[in-house]
Write a new protein. Structure first.
Length: 216
């Protein structure tokens, strides 16, 4: 009887009542949800977050347009030319982020590591470029309190920078995991959700830049 229990014990440990030997979700071994369900949960959460961010910036847009038509103290703010180069950098980073996702789906780990690293570097360059653009305005005597137009410029661009910095933190995490050779299929959902957010930040920046350029 004891020999029978001993023979059955490995099977009980491997698959009966405990954690499964193969992970299903994005938590490697012992994932709680099937991968498809995990992706739906995280995507839904991300889309809800993006709706909230959209409403936040739409409120700023409405206030910007209404305030521009009130009073005589509105002086158009000249956009630093550096902002257009920053836009190019961000668009390229969106491309490299998409290449990261595609490479990972194809099982090309080395390629995905290179693409995600490039995305993180471009994100840092974009934020650095934004700081330089603010410094250029300050060097020309244009500050937050100079006039309502400059106030909204700093408000919109800094709000976008803060949200993009949140995405950059996720990129740092993915890049760190990639260089540790841990960016496998189990991390695919993290990459896909981060890609959705990063593409949104790209589109949001283009919207803000066109708003500031067109409605001056």
């Amino acid at each position: 009887m004891s020999e029978l229990i001993t023979r059955q014990e490995p099977h009980i440990r491997a698959g009966g009542g405990g954690r499964p030997t193969e992970g299903f979700g994005d938590f490697d071994r012992g994932g709680r949800f099937p991968s498809g369900q995990t992706r739906r949960v995280y995507r839904t959460g991300m889309y809800l977050a993006l709706v909230g961010i959209s409403m936040f910036f739409l409120a700023f847009t409405s206030a910007y347009i209404v305030r521009s038509g009130l009073g005589d103290d509105w002086a158009p703010t000249s956009l630093p030319s550096l902002l257009w180069w920053n836009t190019v950098i961000l668009v390229i980073s969106s491309f490299t982020m998409e290449q990261t996702r595609k490479s990972l789906n194809q099982g090309l780990r080395a390629a995905s590591t290179g693409w995600i690293t490039a995305t993180a570097v471009l994100g840092i360059l974009f934020l650095g470029g934004q700081i330089l653009a603010w410094q250029q305005l300050a060097g020309n005597g244009i500050y937050v309190a100079t006039n309502p137009s400059s106030s909204f410029f700093y408000l919109l661009t800094s709000a976008h920078a803060v949200h993009l910095a949140g995405g950059l933190i996720a990129l740092f995490y993915i890049t760190f995991e990639a260089w540790r050779s841990r960016l496998g299929p189990a991390k695919r959902t993290v990459v896909e959700v981060t890609a959705i957010y990063w593409h949104f930040m790209d589109g949001l920046w283009i919207y803000i830049l066109l708003l500031l350029w067109w409605w001056r």
